[in-house]
Design a protein around this ligand. Sequence first.
Ligand code: FAD
Length: 194
Amino acid sequence: MSSNLGEAGGFLRTLPHLDAPDVQVTASPAMFLDEGLTAPYDHAFMLGPTLLRPTSRGKVSLRTTMPGSEPRIVHNYLTTEEDRQTAVRGVQMLLEVAEQPAFKAHRRAPLSVPESESEADVLRFARRVMNSLFHPVGTCAIGGVVDPRLRVLGVDGLRVVDASVMPTLVRGNTNAATIMIGEKAADLIRGHAR
Ligand SMILES: Cc1cc2nc3c(=O)[nH]c(=O)nc-3n(C[C@H](O)[C@H](O)[C@H](O)COP(=O)(O)OP(=O)(O)OC[C@H]3O[C@@H](n4cnc5c(N)ncnc54)[C@H](O)[C@@H]3O)c2cc1C
């Protein structure tokens, strides 16, 4: 556990006609259990699919009017048929990858896999084990809450500059894109950009 775990990755089109990948693969050379909260108890490798363009929409709202109160966060994962189908195809493709000789040579026992590769079993499995890859965006989306110069609509002198202004996910990890938004916002505020 001396690495960031996500040591290998890739991008998949789960349907041949897609013009861009819809699933990101994260591969780790160790157990990653309960979002890292449970210690690994043996050697393992794991492969996980992440939906890059989920159509399910979560929600962040206030619990109280006190600014210090924690917000209510509802993820709503897999609430659209499209997302359920993509998740199923992503898991099925990674099961196939794990069957290849290079991986098979290192496998002993399954750690966290569906009962079978059938759609119903894979979906049940996805619902049970699915968690976040920590890339939430869109709660203050450009066009909805802020304008393209990141100014909050209807409020003077207030901008939002963070991952929440992305209207959709960037088909990948969000940190670099967020840094870019910060740099762009600095230029906008200083009047160095249009
Ligand atoms: C566990 C985890 C792993 C991740 N791994 C990756 C990765 O490998 N690659 C990648 O690209 N992205 C990764 N991400 C996503 C990436 O970290 C985020 O997309 C990015 O940090 C978002 O930047 P942000 O500025 O919107 O929010 P944040 O980075 O969360 O910044 C918000 C800041 O506001 C501060 N803050 C909060 N409340 C207040 C307050 N009331 N007053 C003052 N300050 C406040 C917080 O302390 C924090 O510094 C990961 C995220 C998590 C949680």
